[in-house]
Ligand binder design. Structure first.
Ligand code: FES
Length: 112
């Protein structure tokens, strides 16, 4: 069985203004339909990733996927990647500065 994934949706000011609250709820609903017991994926909110100009930002851990400029239209592909181990949604990757990504991964990799 593959490792459980943790998906974080930014709820910082910029991402919220772009609709990250609704995006979080819709993503959660779509995932619950496919993975009701959250065996494969859990969704959480995150205060701010520091890549605000590229929001809405969504990260997938431990896969180290940093999705930016995410819209509702991207959710089916993201859900497929998460639940069915589909390919990463490449067009949403590599938009924030590499040091922003590294900072996020070091925080998420930390056991504390
Ligand atoms: S508000 Fe979303 S990354 Fe800062």
């Amino acid at each position: 069985m593959s490792e459980q994934k943790l998906v974080y949706v930014c709820e910082g000011g910029d991402c919220s203004e772009k609709g990250s609250g609704d995006l979080h709820d819709n993503l959660k609903e779509m995932l619950q339909a496919k993975d009701p017991s959250e065996e494969k994926v859990r969704v959480r909110r995150y205060p701010c990733f520091g890549g605000c100009e590229c929001g809405i930002n969504v990260t997938v851990w431990p896969d180290r996927l940093f999705y930016s400029e995410v819209t509702e239209a991207d959710l089916p592909e993201i859900v497929d990647q998460l639940v069915a181990d589909g390919p990463a949604v490449e067009r949403l990757c590599n938009k924030v500065q590499p040091d922003v990504e590294e900072m996020v991964w070091s925080l998420l990799d930390s056991p504390y």
